[in-house]
Ligand binder design. Structure first.
Ligand code: PAF
Length: 277
């Protein structure tokens, strides 16, 4: 991958990169289209497909994570992707089995709250793999989905702090007809659970409406979200937070442009969503 990337750069081509864990859906394809724009005429779009073990806690769904490589490659080809990068565990974590993999990349501020508080080792895994993928693919730009808002900000901060010469682009969340954010994890939901996944987007809508009516106190809005989520059988609120979209600092009073994020378990499936208020 590095040899290829160097040769594309020597030929003066721009590389735009979409890192994924596979099981691609329309949301990923919209990132590919954004990458195509960023790569410019004749430029190269690279998609990586790699289910990264270090961003899963031992209690999480690594072995169950949905995979369908033939379908992913078909979708990549259809979307005009120039190269799919499919690294192996051995190439991403060399020496892991003998205890000789011991270098990680840690972003130590934006990673702490929300997803980081619920999943303490998650972002260390994300920043480590994204840094490694960047070093392999050597992109000029990399496209991330807004659904994982915190992840995108953590990666952006890592890129600034570590002087990666890469533009981080955040593309809008794609949604199903009922408003549920597209996610590979939606696949885990049973037919009874799937309609309950609207709890997240309904909570976002409810808060947007409340803010428009002048309800701006975060504790009050949180209580409303708690009540909303509790109405869906088998749905449990993990967290809801109101925050500044760049610093990710929680706010007690919601303003124009403040962001809201929440995580909800529907049965055994943990879903996240976020949006600007
Ligand atoms: O968002 C994802 O799919 C993953 O966290 C990423 C960025 C591909 C790193 O494994």
């Amino acid at each position: 991958m590095q040899r290829r990337a160097r040769s594309w750069h020597r030929d003066g081509l721009r590389i735009a990169f979409v890192p994924t864990m596979g099981y691609l859906h329309e949301g990923h394809i919209s990132l590919v289209h954004e990458a195509r724009k960023r790569a410019g005429p004749g430029g190269i779009v690279v998609v990586s497909i790699y289910v990264n073990p270090t961003q899963f806690a031992p209690t999480e769904d690594l072995s169950l994570y949905p995979r369908d490589l033939p379908r992913d490659l078909f979708l990549c080809r259809e979307a005009g992707v120039d190269a799919a990068f499919l690294p192996s565990d051995a190439s991403m974590y060399p020496g892991e089995e003998t205890g000789q993999f011991s270098t990680y990349v840690v972003e130590d501020r934006l990673s702490r709250g929300m997803e980081g508080a619920s999943r303490p080792t998650h972002f260390r895994g994300v920043t480590t793999i994204v840094a490694k993928l960047f070093l392999c693919v050597q992109p000029d730009s990399a496209v991330f989905g807004a659904k994982d808002w915190q992840q995108a900000q953590v990666v952006r901060r890592m890129v600034q702090n570590l002087n990666f010469p890469i533009q981080v682009v955040v593309a809008p969340t794609r949604r199903d007809v009922d408003g549920v954010a597209l996610s590979s994890r939606n696949k885990y939901l049973s037919p009874e659970e799937r309609p309950r996944a609207v709890a997240l987007v309904r909570s976002l809508d409810l808060c947007r409406k409340a803010v428009r009516r002048g309800v701006v106190a975060a504790p009050l809005l949180k209580a409303r979200v708690r009540k909303e989520v509790s109405q869906y059988p088998s749905a449990r609120l993990d967290y809801v937070e109101f925050f500044d979209p760049e610093s990710l600092k929680p706010v007690r009073t919601v303003r124009r442009g403040s962001h809201m994020a929440l995580a909800v378990r529907v049965g055994a499936t943990r879903l996240i969503d976020n949006g600007r208020l």
